[in-house]
Ligand binder design. Structure first.
Ligand code: ATP
Length: 363
């Protein structure tokens, strides 16, 4: 086989991405192949953040092309470019935000906020620009979980707000604006208006992903939000308890109803490991989350143990992914984040900017 662009592409088909299992030629992530004499260079444009894996991927693709007879020097430029993907029909993307992931739960207290913040931090750790919007009107906990409680956003023009910064994330929370100690009684329209304002009047800066920590439950507020916010996909958090699973099913149906794809389900507090003797116990039952995923044909993203460190770290303002980045729990969150990013990368890209907006005018 002589050295041509085609023979380079054929050799690259032999290398499967370590996360998607697919080759980059089929994914159309190979760009700018150049053959000059015996030397070859090309770009691999990953659709998901992979800072910790870029070197290994570069070695892998170079190795694949080195197998072509007659090849000399091979150089590969591997980088990530995250683009905006399609959202519900008729809903416009937000300026400065490429992809929105709604993290929801059918009921409160299952660990939705803990999962949201660790997911956001895991995406950021892999090199993405990430924001988190705490829309949990019933118990805004992100300011405390990120160690920035008591702070307030600044506004230069009196109309829009600057997000706060914590552990590399851009952060906005309903908790910055209301007194967390005296929870307000939110009526539906008031809550959705406040949350929409919070989302749209924050100066998000070039976000690859915005994680929204949704209010728990599946009532009117949640339904209106999932209809009006441009969501790329939803992650549902549940515990293995029957009652939580039942509520999670309602959450799943709510998103389906409004045309938001479900990225997958995270099972939290899945297994308790005794910190003294290491004994493992399924306090809330076992296998429920996975069974639910099978029933509904949605991916099971992973399970987090009921672990005192998770609680201590997040409640102390330094979530596990930052507190112990190489630890077992951080690895679990990173695995979930990777699946979320890949699911988004594989979705249809946003094409709305390619079409002119049609304005009907009476002249
Ligand atoms: N896997 C876990 N192991 C131990 N503690 C956890 C775990 N996940 C969450 N927690 C703790 O459980 C409590 C509730 O978690 P969190 O606030 O994330 O739940 P939530 O679903 O967002 O609740 P709500 O919707 O009511 O605000 C927190 O104190 C948190 O630290």
């Amino acid at each position: 086989m002589s050295l041509t662009e085609q023979s380079v592409l054929d050799s690259l088909r032999q290398y499967a991405d370590p996360n998607t299992g697919k080759d980059y030629v089929s994914a159309r992530w190979v760009k700018n192949v150049r053959v000059s004499g015996a030397d070859v260079s090309f770009d691999i444009e990953l659709g998901y953040p992979a800072k910790s894996q870029i070197d290994a991927i570069r070695q892998g693709v170079i190795g694949a092309v080195k197998g072509v007879p007659g090849v000399g020097n091979v150089s590969a430029n591997v980088f990530t470019r995250i683009v905006a993907h399609a959202v519900q029909q008729g809903v416009k993307l937000l300026p400065g935000v490429k992809n929105i992931v709604a993290v929801a739960s059918g009921k409160g207290g299952v660990g939705k906020s803990t999962t949201s913040v660790n997911l956001a931090l895991a995406l950021a750790a892999e090199g993405a620009t990430v924001g988190i919007l705490d829309a949990d009107i019933y118990g805004p906990s992100q300011p405390q979980m990120l160690g920035i409680g008591g702070q307030q956003p600044e506004s230069a023009d009196g109309k829009s707000m600057e997000p706060l910064q914590a552990h590399g994330l851009q952060v906005m929370s309903i908790g910055f604006l209301v007194d967390v100690e005296t929870p307000m009684v939110w009526r539906g329209p008031m809550a959705t208006q406040a949350l929409n304002q919070l989302l749209k009047e924050t100066n998000w800066k070039e976000l690859d992903y915005l994680i929204i920590d949704m209010p728990p439950g599946t009532g009117d507020i949640q339904l209106t939000l999932s209809q009006s916010v441009p969501v790329t996909g939803a992650v549902i958090v549940t515990t293995p308890q029957d009652i939580a699973l039942l509520d999670a099913r309602k959450g799943l149906k709510m998103f389906e109803k409004v045309g938001v794809p479900i990225i997958g389900i995270v099972e939290n507090m899945s297994i308790h490991i005794c910190s003294k003797c290491g004994h493992e116990e399924h306090i809330f039952g076992s296998g429920g989350g996975e069974a639910m995923c099978k029933d509904y044909g949605v991916p099971f993203l992973g399970a987090l143990p009921l672990d005192i460190q998770i609680r201590k770290q997040v409640d102390g303002g330094v979530p596990s992914v930052v507190a112990d980045p190489e630890g077992r729990v951080a690895e679990l969150y990173k695995g979930i984040a990777r699946q979320v990013a890949i699911a988004i990368a594989e979705r249809q890209k946003d094409m709305s900017h390619k079409f002119p907006s049609i304005v009907v005018q009476n002249t």
